[in-house]
Design a protein around this ligand. Structure first.
Ligand SMILES: Cc1cc2nc3c(=O)[nH]c(=O)nc-3n(C[C@H](O)[C@H](O)[C@H](O)COP(=O)(O)OP(=O)(O)OC[C@H]3O[C@@H](n4cnc5c(N)ncnc54)[C@H](O)[C@@H]3O)c2cc1C
Length: 294
């Protein structure tokens, strides 16, 4: 176990976590900023074109600025590369357990771990023995002639428009809950929409795929490639209070913990809101436990 001198443990160094750290420093609070990545920025590194955050036209530019900002408060904030697997609050402190077995203790904790693309194994309607790449991480040259897409989330339409040269037959398997998303791709000749109750994928080269269709019949098929397109799910941590949708609202947490950024709710997932909620979380914990007006 390591008991840090840091008052505040911040989990996740996207815009929410970085702004929690810089705001904490501005009111004299020390912090440990923990993230698996080598540098701060989180999802900002994936935003090629940014239109709704004044002063920046792409995410990586802002990620670099945040990296410099965190480096500039090194008297107050230490950046630690690591993955938190569990948080344990008590009346006196909060413990964060890392994947490598390290145990960190601070007085307060902000969780700002954002979201991640859902893996096939995380969807209750998919049975599989392995993980598959996301559709958005692939190009047509990576895919075989018979490709199964698991899930009909919105990036499918974007991918088809971006790859007009793609000549694959994409069998897009989706549940009734996603049926409202398929209108924009319904008339694309490359797409075959299949509404399912359950999909099982086994083997590879080719993949053997068993489909339990919406009309209670079964179909067995083969595919050269399988990719996921299941949308994002919250990167919640064991020990946080989790709502029915998997997100972690700040108001439901232990008094020594606040959540910030995309982790908090499905709606409002933007850079600007993450910035505000991260900074606000530090001030709220400062006011709650240090009894200082901020
Ligand atoms: C492709 C794409 C384009 C986008 N375009 C826009 C746009 O144009 N405009 C806009 O406003 N928003 C956009 N967004 C959304 C925006 O990126 C997010 O709203 C914002 O980054 C959320 O910030 P965050 O700090 O809450 O989470 P993130 O930026 O996701 O950061 C979370 C951090 O937590 C870390 N983490 C996760 N789990 C753990 C753990 N167990 N232990 C330690 N650390 C952990 C992650 O490594 C990550 O660094 C886009 C998102 C994507 C994916």
């Amino acid at each position: 176990m390591i008991t840090t001198d840091a008052l505040l443990l911040i989990v996740g160094a996207g815009p929410a976590g970085c702004h929690a750290a810089t705001m904490a420093a501005s009111v004299g609070m020390t912090s440990l900023l923990i993230d698996p990545g080598p540098t701060p920025g989180g999802t900002l590194w994936q935003i090629g074109h940014l239109t709704n955050f004044p002063g920046y036209t792409d995410g990586p530019s802002y990620a670099r600025v945040l990296g410099m900002a965190v480096g500039g408060i090194d008297r107050y904030c230490t950046y630690l590369q690591g993955t938190v697997v569990r948080v344990e609050p008590t009346d006196e402190h909060v413990r964060a357990l890392l994947a490598d077995g390290t145990s960190l203790v601070g007085e307060l904790l902000i969780a700002a771990t954002g979201t991640h693309p859902a893996k096939a194994g995380e969807a209750s309607w998919i049975t599989c023995e392995q993980d598959f790449p996301t559709l958005t991480s692939t190009t047509p040259t990576n895919l075989g002639p018979r490709t199964i897409v698991l899930g009909a989330d919105r990036p499918l339409g974007t991918w088809l428009r971006a790859h007009r040269e793609a000549d694959q037959n994409l069998m897009v398997c989706h549940t009734a809950a996603e049926a409202y998303k398929v209108d924009e791709v319904r008339h694309d000749a490359r797409v075959q929409l299949v509404q399912v109750q359950h999909v099982s994928v086994a083997g590879d080269d080719p993949f053997k795929v068993r489909l339990n269709l919406a009309d209670d019949t079964q179909r067995v098929t083969e595919a050269d490639s399988v990719v996921t397109n299941l949308g994002n799910v919250p990167s919640s941590l064991s020990g946080l209070a989790v709502g029915p949708d998997g997100f972690c609202p700040p108001g439901d947490q232990h008094p020594r913990i606040l959540t910030a950024g995309d982790l908090t709710a499905r709606v409002g997932q933007r850079v600007a809101t993450a910035v505000g909620s991260g900074a606000g979380a530090s001030l709220a914990l400062q006011a709650r436990f240090r009894h200082q007006a901020v």
